[in-house]
Design a protein around this ligand. Structure first.
Ligand SMILES: *Cc1c(COP(=O)(O)O)cnc(C)c1O
Length: 417
């Protein structure tokens, strides 16, 4: 459930007409609903109510400081994949002991930053990374808490680009190699083994793959226990899907129930890293229609938002519902919604039945709160969009639209030119 609803044919975000924001802020812009974010986080967190758990929002889905701060206020922890996300997380007020750090390519400076910060744990993805963390922890006289990201080789049945727990993927360490990695880690002077971790993919709409992954991790925990390596935290990663169109992903309550069932009486703290399920349907992208254009084979609706603003359609063939901000009378028609960029891949929707819109109208691309703004770029020297948050009857621009000056910030023309 989200708070983007029509009242008398006009789309509101909570109690604010979307049109009013567009008038003041210009287009395109991302719009986030405070009430929806709150509801989604609480629904997820409460679903695990009976369990010792820490929900660590996955920053990479949406790193807006305002969104992060809101979630920190609700008691969320943070799952990061870069030094930049750590920086943002600290700025937003996350306590370091609620931050976990995943990713296959952590750099020395990022490892040092996390060690100095004193995060809850590194989710280690290779032996070389483990050695490097040990070295840096020794140099900085710190003890690094680690878990090993295990690749349980389960098929999450999602888009290949967001499947991460298969043998052929770059992520994690296979089960058998993980055992020897744990043995190695447990003998390291500046490493403290505290957890086990997996993340099998994203936009997962079935429970079975999660159950399979968890069974595999549970089995490993028991084997490690027998070897005298106790595990305190079990990190299930993120990946729970959302409804973009007609998907019917499990409700967090069903997901939590399944996990609790497989866990049984295992005594560990559960860590969860939801991203999309918290922010996906809590945000939309609002664009203005520039032109309608009839080609010989197709009709096009050209908007001022493009693939640089919302990359998911071309990257994952993703579906975002396109809704009129003000519903008008007239005939729906089939068209592609495209941006101004000189690429055939610059589309937001293809062969879509579109409500009657014309030049000057506003369109809302729904379910754009996750992997939307964070993936945007300056391609074609386009200014990145503004971000706005609504709470009740007020809205605040939480990130200014970029300016032409921002576009060349940090650039210089060398003297020899
Ligand atoms: C991307 C990612 C997540 C979040 O995935 P969602 O599908 O958005 O829930 C969680 N953990 C890790 C390690 C990730 O890379």
């Amino acid at each position: 459930m989200h708070y983007f609803q029509y009242r008398n044919n006009e789309m509101f975000c909570e109690d604010v007409p979307v049109q009013a924001i567009a008038r003041q802020v210009g287009t395109p812009f991302y719009l986030y609903s405070h009430a929806t974010l709150t509801r989604h986080f609480n629904a997820f967190n409460d679903a695990f109510g009976g369990l010792d758990r820490l929900v660590c929002f996955s920053a990479k889905a949406n790193t807006s400081l305002a969104v992060l701060k809101l979630l920190a206020n609700l008691g969320s922890g943070l799952d990061i994949v870069s030094g930049g996300e750590l920086f943002r997380g600290l700025k937003a007020g996350f306590s370091p002991d609620r931050i976990v750090y995943s990713g296959v390519g952590k750099r020395v400076d990022e490892i040092d930053f996390a060690l100095e910060t004193g995060i809850l744990m590194f989710n280690v993805e290779s032996l070389e990374e483990l050695e490097l963390i040990q070295m840096r922890a020794e140099a900085l006289r710190k003890k690094a808490r680690v878990s090993i990201r295990v690749n349980p080789d389960v098929d999450p049945k999602t888009h290949p680009y967001i499947s991460t727990g298969l043998k052929k993927n770059k992520f994690g360490i296979d089960t058998e190699s993980a055992i020897s990695a744990y043995q190695r880690a447990s003998r390291m002077s500046h490493i403290s083994v505290v957890g086990i971790d997996c993340h099998i993919g994203s936009q997962i709409t079935e429970i079975q793959p999660f159950e399979d992954a968890l069974k595999s991790l549970k089995n490993l925990i028991q084997r490690l226990g027998n070897m005298g390596i106790p595990i305190r935290h079990l990190d299930m990663g993120g990946g729970l899907g959302i409804t973009y169109r007609e998907e019917s992903p499990p409700h967090p309550i069903d997901y939590a129930r399944a996990i609790a069932h497989v866990l049984g009486d295992l005594k560990i703290q559960l860590i969860l890293e939801p991203g999309r399920v918290i922010v996906g349907n809590a945000g939309i992208l609002v664009a203005r229609v520039l032109y309608r254009k009839k080609g010989l084979a197709k009709e096009f609706v050209i908007t001022d938002a493009a693939m640089n603003d919302l990359m998911r359609p071309i990257l994952y063939n993703a579906y975002h519902e396109a809704m009129p901000v003000v519903r008008a009378e007239g005939e729906s028609f089939t068209a592609d919604i495209v941006g101004p960029i000189c690429e055939t891949g610059d589309f937001l929707a293809q062969d879509r039945l579109i409500p009657p819109v014309q030049s000057g109208d506003l369109l809302a691309l729904m379910s754009a709160g996750a992997y939307g703004f964070v993936m945007s770029s300056n391609y074609c020297s386009r200014l990145r969009a503004a971000e706005v948050m609504v709470k009740g009857d007020q809205f605040v621009v939480v990130k200014d639209r970029e300016t032409y000056a921002d576009l060349i910030a940090g650039e210089s023309i060398p003297d020899f030119l």
